[in-house]
Design a protein around this ligand. Structure first.
Ligand SMILES: [Zn+2]
Length: 316
């Protein structure tokens, strides 16, 4: 009996330690310790020491421009900092493709339906690509998933990937996620399925390119017709960002996707009545469910006007 109890205790500790291990496995990577969880929540992978800086050279150059530039890491907010690009004094050179990696891949193959720039009195901070709900959306470049969850500021199901060169790409209105936060991703990997979630009227991909949290025209980097990058090099300077834009302009989470519903013009119901012998305005008004003053208003006449037989007067 004692042996059985002993065995049970051993089994209990073995199972308990296995479960504890399953919940707290760690992997050492270049960016720090990654804690692995076995549950199915979005905190599947949690990087304990990663601070968001994927390229120290570029970050140092940014700090040399202005010490206020920040590039922290967050899985919860769409913008992690309020960088003011007018503080860029020099031009910073970025490699668009990373030599050690897969190169650029189109996020979706469809046609561009709306470009970056002013739209409906606000700025459209990205580019819209046509797709069908369920079509695969791909990572444009390799990087690390910073954000993958529903965004109630208008983006709907949203994935943001941070790339080693300081750029971030943003994929909005998805119908399904195929990635989770903190996941490392290779260019061309499926990251979600296209959809119509959030402020979107019709399935499409809203795609943004940001540098240090500030959106730029994606066409500065990508030729959407040739489906290729424009140049291996990107020269980042303050002119690349919307001139005169205050940092605060960017931080309302994307309320720009609302397309005005078509205005339905109702044709007023018009009806005429042909005056018969003996008719009076009072009788005509009563017969047509209106008033004498309304008839006078519609026809530009007075209550005392003589009605000529055969004349058509408007009653509605
Ligand atoms: Zn858009």
């Amino acid at each position: 009996m004692q042996k059985v109890v002993h065995l049970l205790i051993v089994c209990f500790f073995a199972v308990a330690s296995l479960q504890a291990q399953r919940a707290l496995d760690t992997i050492d990577t270049e960016v720090g310790k990654i804690v692995l969880y076995s549950n199915k929540t979005w905190s599947f992978l949690q990087v304990s020491t990663f601070d968001g800086i994927m390229n120290p050279r570029i970050h140092q150059e940014m700090l040399a421009q202005d010490p206020s530039f920040k590039h922290p890491w967050s899985n919860d907010v769409c913008f992690t900092s309020r960088n003011d690009m007018s503080k860029l004094k020099d031009t910073i050179w970025l490699c668009v493709n990373n030599e050690s990696d897969q190169n650029f891949n189109m996020p979706a193959p469809g046609i561009v339906t709306s470009r970056y720039g002013p739209r409906n009195g606000r700025n459209h901070n990205g580019i819209d690509i046509d797709l069908e709900t369920g079509d695969t959306v791909y990572a444009a470049w390799s990087g690390k998933v910073r954000y993958a969850k529903y965004n109630d500021g208008g983006f709907g199901n949203l994935v943001i990937i941070r790339h080693p060169n300081g750029l971030e790409t943003l994929y909005a209105h998805l119908s399904k996620f195929l990635v989770y936060p903190d996941q490392d991703i290779v260019a061309g990997e499926p990251i979600g399925l296209g959809g119509n979630t959030g402020h979107s009227y019709g399935s499409h991909l809203h795609f943004e390119v940001r540098f240090y949290d500030v959106p730029m025209n994606p066409e500065e980097v990508i030729d959407f017709e040739a489906k290729a990058i424009k140049n291996e090099n990107l020269f980042v300077h303050k002119g690349l960002f919307r001139p005169g834009a205050k940092p605060s302009d960017y931080y309302e989470d994307h309320p720009t996707e609302v397309i005005q519903a078509p205005v339905v013009v109702r044709t007023p119901q018009v009806r005429y009545y042909k005056v018969r012998p003996g008719d009076t305005l009072t009788e005509i008004a009563a017969r047509n469910g209106t008033t004498v003053s309304h008839l006078c208003q519609l026809n530009g006449i007075k209550p005392t006007s003589v009605l000529q037989v055969g004349r058509s007067i408007r009653v509605k």
